[in-house]
Ligand binder design. Structure first.
Ligand code: GLY
Length: 354
């Protein structure tokens, strides 16, 4: 099972903190429990988890868990945890500071789903709004629709009082410019001063938030700036209900990160939920989704898997798991969460050594 590293009493860390505020600097959750087993660990009671691991997980999960543990709503909790990353200019894959499309414009995707009502909402290719997950929730709760995209999603956000801002940070602008200058030696862009460099990998980055309240209800949220340097207007898996996110209150919640087109092709998160419904544990179900992606690529004659995808999930028993297509000893898929016993990280498996 897991090992516990005691830092400080969990309840003490929560005392005196208002719901929704960020943890003050220096306040930490008491335990990192790192599961080294291949079987899925069990979460205790109400929890907020995310696809971020040891490095960022505590920072992301804490604000949501604080809302839950002080009697707040599960949807408020998952939304609050998502906005931690969306508002962080240092995170280059979600919200403000995310890497832009090929024209240097940041376009964001997000979705949210509520277990008890089976309601959902999503936004795609949303520009100028730092917190797409809040807009996705408004689509779910304030309209009779599920998806709003592009300029009209932005207009809807403005109607609800959101400010349109420049989301391209200096760090992201410089990375975008370098990408452009490195693209080809047959265009008019000269290589950067530090020399030409070939980027083999396409950068993606996304965060899934998984939530369960004390009554066993689930909610989930997925948010991203999508594939770096994408064609303008491209929408990945994150806002597609069933692809980047799915919740079924009778089964659990599942989310995906990585190359979105591959996840959409198999409706990955829905696939994971249905595998859990048929009796697979979350880790096994996530593995089955990775295998399905590889199988359809092989079937279509692809020789090399030059992308990665990861799934995370939790089931009604409270088992939590994750799996990804490619990994290695240093770079394993992880899922982290905070429950009544503290902060935990679980490492799952992968199909191929990278
Ligand atoms: N999974 C994020 C994306 O492909 O957009």
């Amino acid at each position: 099972m897991s090992t516990k590293v005691t830092r400080r009493k969990f309840v003490t860390a929560l005392a005196g903190l208002g719901a929704g505020s960020l943890l003050p600097a220096g306040v930490v959750f008491p335990a990192i429990k790192t599961s080294k087993t291949s079987s899925d660990p069990i979460v205790k009671g109400a929890m907020i988890g995310s696809s971020r691991g040891e490095k960022w997980g505590e920072k992301v999960n804490a604000p949501g868990y604080r809302i839950l543990s002080s009697g707040g709503k599960l949807l408020d909790a998952v939304e609050e945890s998502a906005t931690v990353t969306e508002l962080d200019p240092e995170d280059s894959s979600v919200g403000y500071g995310g890497l832009p499309n090929e024209q240097g414009v940041v376009q964001l995707d997000a979705s949210i789903m509520d277990g008890p009502t089976h309601n959902c909402g999503a936004v795609g290719a949303l520009e100028g709004i730092k917190t797409p997950s809040r807009v996705a929730r408004l689509v779910m709760e304030r309209t009779d629709h599920i998806y709003l995209v592009g300029k009209d999603a932005q207009k809807f956000a403005v109607m609800h009082g959101f400010k349109v801002e420049n989301l391209l940070t200096e760090k992201a602008r410089i990375r975008w410019l370098r990408w452009k200058e490195n693209m080809s030696d047959r265009d008019d862009w000269l290589p950067p001063a530090e020399g030409a460099e070939w980027y083999e990998k396409r950068l993606t980055g996304t965060i899934n938030i998984l939530g369960r309240d004390s009554e066993g209800n689930f909610a989930g949220l997925t948010t991203t700036s999508g594939l770096a340097f994408k064609i303008p207007g491209r929408i990945g898996d994150s806002p597609i209900i069933g692809a980047g996110l799915y919740v079924d209150n009778e089964v659990g919640v599942a989310g995906a990160t990585g190359r979105g087109e591959e996840v959409i092709r198999i409706l990955g998160s829905y696939f994971v939920i249905e595998e859990m419904r048929r009796g697979k544990s979350p880790g096994e179900a996530c593995k089955a989704a990775c295998e399905r992606i590889v199988a359809i690529n092989r079937r279509s004659g692809k020789k090399k898997i030059d992308f990665n995808d990861k799934f995370v999930a939790i089931n009604r028993k409270g088992q939590i798991g994750c799996y990804q297509i490619q990994g290695n000893k240093k770079w394993r898929p992880s899922v982290s969460w905070i429950d009544e016993s503290g902060f935990h990280v679980h490492y799952g498996g992968y199909l191929f050594e990278r």
